[in-house]
Design a protein around this ligand. Sequence first.
Ligand code: ZN
Length: 60
Amino acid sequence: MICARCHRALVRDPIYLSGSAYGPRCATAITGSKPRRGRITTALRAADGRQHELFAEETS
Ligand SMILES: [Zn+2]
């Protein structure tokens, strides 16, 4: 994998911005802030009591 901005070989996992792979430094230079790399957002996983349990076992 090669960085789309500086064309250097990326050793670690690249950061994808609009379909192109960038290194951490270039991604930071483009976005202005350090992008997050695949961090799980727990805010979206708030419990909703009205929903049914997704993985409830069916006893039949
Ligand atoms: Zn780069």
